[in-house]
Write a protein that binds this ligand. Sequence first.
Ligand code: SAH
Length: 216
Amino acid sequence: MLEANKVRLVMELRQQGITDQRVLSAIERVPREAFVPEAFHDQAYENTALPIGHGQTISQPSVVAFMTEALSIGPRMKVLEVGTGCGYQAAVLSGLCLRVYSIERFQELFRSTQKRLSELRFNNITIKWGDGLQGWFEQAPFDRLILTAAIKEIPKILFDQMADNGIVIAPLGKRADDQWLVKFFRRNNGEWGQESLLPVRFVPMLSGIVDENVDS
Ligand code: SAH
């Protein structure tokens, strides 16, 4: 049943213009039902965002596919994600690159996702609990950077951790109803150029970390 739904979802992604077969195969290999709460298992392969607790969501599959394709990932690359959430986007990326680093600010989400990713044996993903807006200095430089929460402007410290031919994909916007997915790339002169790709709706990027044990 879920398998049939997954095949249907991949067909839908193809119809929506995702043409990179490596991206479609990477999506096909990830069991999305393992990333959503039990109550949503039957909807795991619908092309929608779903709640994962803490007011956060698992991104819509077509948006995950689109962002992954826009990153043009190569097999030797190191990719940084800011906003791990349940780890679904990281799992899709992991099939395409050498190593994924991902940062989550909610300690509890970080813990449950760490457990999930290790149980599912996504061995090339390293996640940490922290403020992703600081990047991950010890693991830099990154070939690719993906932000999965909306932000007004990308902090310079993140650009500083990018390799020479880096690409950055992020939802930019001040309000929930006015966000665009933007791609940043290096021009020949080394400066960053940018291109708006499509309107999106992401939860906001927030600074600082959340330790539920202290907050509650
Ligand atoms: N990538 C996820 C979607 C995550 S939703 C997926 O695959 O479905 C966005 C996530 O970003 C939330 O879990 C939120 O807690 C996290 N987040 C927001 N601001 C952050 C920050 N400054 N550093 C790290 N994570 C952040």
